[in-house]
Design a protein around this ligand. Structure first.
Ligand code: HDD
Length: 704
């Protein structure tokens, strides 16, 4: 009875939370290093009298074994680390909610998709793939985009990436892909970089990776911020409604902040200036109330639509262009709370594509099917016990009950005699324990299966490896195409084996002979013959929606931008105040950068503190830069390499630069030439802060 009551209470608490949007986040009970009275204690609750000195035989004597406080503290410290994720080890995460715009009851019975306006708590972890947990934030790498929805019918994990396709078609090849991509087995380098022999050796031998390679070499793998990238579920999934009807679906996350990337040279310099650049950016945005937001978009289709496409929707190396199948925006994802503890939440969160709720189901995509096994399995190795679901970040926020028992680190205390089902020890729901729910429980979509032999075979419909690679490359803006060509030249220039370079370029001839020619020229090698293609590529209709530059989502507003303003003694006080006001109005952040942080004396005699010192705040960490120097300030900074570099890099990275007239000598020394993106410190400067000026690029670097 008591059990039933407790269950009812839990259920009604859940009811109360429906649609209110408040208190969506269950707080983890805080366990500080002290007891309720503020005393420091051991893990056994014994108050610690001295946390500075070990117990010794005399002031200069040996340490005594009986010092249990010492032994416990060191013992625990020695075991603080857990294995990092085999992939996606480096991640940053935040809490938030998903809010539904309209009921999707027509296509899915999933509880979170029923009531317009309802909010579901979420936890989102972004990651790089190849680097270790301590690696930098801005390598050229795919970004993970994993969302855990704590729905009222259990957890749904949408474990996606910021690229809508994948390298391989079959999960059996995943260990090979990752071994090839990560640091080389014998030498342990390079870390978090694909620019090495083994990666490109594998890629050259796996033509199915070519489409993904085009994305990986594009600006998509250099996102400016985690908040300016798209997310994709990649595979085709199914939605299933209350009548049991199935609709295929592809999931998209569209960033409200727009799409923005860095330039390679910039990404490399950010890695040195601030290895935690994206983690810090996510955290500080949320701290200052600039909550990152994405819209959930669905591409919905049926078997008849799928059968007309010239590619297979079960093939994860293919996408369906938005122009062919428009995206229906059905809700928004808002990240509004930082984690309280990085380890307990970001590190211990365990995602699994097999976590689906009634109304969402899998397709037969062979990559997805393999993933369904891998994630649960890896968590056991990483988190050490089959009870990892009990960790607060992983536990569902709805009641859950079954007869799974015991195991290492069991923290639940299940009551009652029966730990098996069926049992007749009590009336269902009482002492006898939980029972099946044939109507509301998860049932798999009853897909009719073909009567075919068991075999290891790749379907013919998966054989075209080049048409979509061509579609992507040719859909890009000219500047982006140049970035792709240059990225491949860069990466292959790091490849020491000539036959590997040559094989990759031979594959790319199938994608676009002009691209291959540009790359061959950039590498200083003859253009090889096209590699034999299983299926000759066809020209699909181009999809401008795939672009960042000049694409539908290209960032052009200053909202959310971080602008660096270089000031020094004598800087015009009115100008600083006006820029601060304008930035605030544009919802941008203005950071003052000065040779000394403590105090800068402005033109009116007032003193102001800078937010960052020049040497530690190069322009790569800002979206746009201003140079508000007086004539004397300019003169003294003309001898400062960091100040010259500040302007030079901003120009080289095609950013908007605003400068006072008196700063002109500094611009001249930095090689900043007049163009549309170089302005005075008036209104245009702040308005353009979110824009890049790619027309400038041919002036500052040779692209392939
Ligand atoms: Fe995976 C983690 C995304 C294919 C096996 N994967 C992982 C994470 C993301 C993805 C975002 C990090 C989750 C987190 O933040 O904790 N993975 C993908 C996508 C794929 C994909 C979008 C293709 C469409 N993955 C894939 C395959 C396999 C795995 C084919 C294995 C057969 N992935 C894993 C894993 C990881 C993982 C080994 C490592 C850590 C973890 O699971 O929790 O199980």
């Amino acid at each position: 009875m008591a059990q039933q009551k407790a269950k009812k209470n839990a259920a009604s608490k859940i009811e109360d939370r429906r649609g209110t949007g408040d208190e969506l986040h269950q707080q983890v009970p805080s366990q500080g290093p002290h007891d309720a009275q503020g005393h420091l204690t051991t893990n056994q609750g014994i108050r610690v009298a001295d946390n500075q000195n070990q117990l010794k035989a005399g002031p200069r004597g040996p340490v005594l074994l009986e010092d249990f406080a010492l032994r416990e503290k060191i013992f625990h410290f020695d075991h603080e680390r857990i294995p990092e994720r085999i992939v996606h080890a480096r991640g940053s995460a935040a809490h938030g909610y998903f809010e539904l715009y309209e009921s999707l009851a027509d296509v899915s019975r999933a509880d979170l998709f029923q009531r317009a306006g309802e909010k579901t708590p979420v936890f989102v972890r972004f990651s790089t793939v190849a680097g270790g947990a301590g690696s930098v934030d801005t390598p050229r790498d795919v970004r993970g985009f994993a969302v855990k929805f704590y729905t009222q019918e259990g957890n749904w994990d949408l474990v996606g990436n910021n690229i809508p396709v994948f390298f391989i078609q079959d999960a059996l090849k995943f260990p090979d892909l990752i071994h090839a991509a990560k640091m080389e087995a014998d030498r342990g380098y390079p870390q978090s970089a694909t620019a090495h022999d083994t990666f490109w050796d594998f890629i050259g031998l796996m033509p199915e990776a070519t489409h993904m390679i085009m994305w990986a070499m594009s600006d998509r793998t250099l996102p400016r911020s985690l908040t300016t990238m798209e997310g994709f579920g990649v595979h085709t999934f199914r939605l299933v409604n209350a009548k049991g009807q199935s609709t295929f679906v592809k999931f998209h996350w569209k960033p409200k902040a727009g799409l923005a990337s860095t330039i390679w040279d910039e990404a490399v310099k950010i890695a040195g200036a601030d290895p935690d650049f994206q983690r810090r950016d996510l955290f500080t945005r949320i701290e200052r109330g600039d909550f990152p937001e994405w819209e959930l978009g669905l591409q919905l289709f049926d078997e008849a639509f799928a059968s007309k496409l010239p590619y297979d929707v079960l093939d994860p190396t293919k996408l369906i262009p938005e122009e062919i199948l428009p995206i229906r925006k059905v809700g928004r994802l808002v990240l509004d709370r930082n984690v309280d503890n990085f380890f307990a939440e970001t590190e211990q969160v365990a995602f699994c594509p097999a976590n689906v709720v009634p109304g969402i189901d899998f397709s037969n995509d062979p990559l997805l099917q393999g993933r369904l096994f891998s994630y649960l399995d890896t968590q056991k190795s990483r988190l050490g016990t089959a009870n990892f679901h009990q960790l607060p970040i992983n536990a569902p926020k709805c009641p859950y009950a079954n007869f799974q028992r015991d195991g290492m680190m069991q923290t639940a205390v299940p009551k009652g005699r029966a730990n098996y089902e069926p049992n007749s020890l009590g009336v269902a729901g009482e002492a006898g324990g939980p029972r099946e729910c044939p109507t509301t429980g998860f049932t798999s979509y009853a897909e009719p299966l073909a009567d075919e032999p068991k075999q290891r075979i790749r379907p013919e419909s998966f054989a075209d490896h080049y048409s979509q690679a061509r579609l992507f490359y040719r859909s890009l803006a000219a500047a982006e195409q140049a970035h792709v060509a240059s990225a491949v030249v860069f990466e292959l220039s790091k490849v020491t084996l000539e036959h590997v370079r040559s094989r990759v370029v031979a594959n790319l001839v199938n994608v676009d002979p002009d691209l291959a020619q540009r790359i061959a020229a950039g590498l200083g090698m003859p253009l090889p013959e096209a590699s034999p293609a299983q299926v000759l590529p066809i020209d699909l209709e181009l999809s401008p929606a795939l672009r960042i530059i000049e694409g539908p989502l290209e960032k052009d507003s200053s909202k959310g931008c971080v602008i660096g303003l270089l000031i020094s003694d004598g800087t015009d006080a009115k100008e600083v105040a006006a820029l601060q006001k304008a930035a605030q109005k544009a919802c941008a952040t203005l950071m003052l950068v000065a040779p000394k942080v403590g105090s800068v004396k402005l033109s009116d005699g007032s003193a102001i503190q800078a937010d960052a010192q020049l040497a530690g705040a190069p322009s790569v960490i800002f979206d746009a830069v201003g140079i508000a120097l007086s004539a004397s300030g300019t003169q003294s900074l003309l001898k400062e390499a960091a100040a010259i570099q500040f302007a030079m890099d901003a120009f080289g990275h095609c950013k908007t630069i605003g400068a006072s007239q008196a700063a002109q000598p500094l611009l001249d020394k930095a090689g900043v030439e007049p163009d549309d993106g170089v302005t005075d410190l008036g209104a245009k400067f702040i308005q353009q802060a979110g824009q890049r000026h790619f027309d400038r690029e041919p002036k500052v670097r040779t692209l392939a």
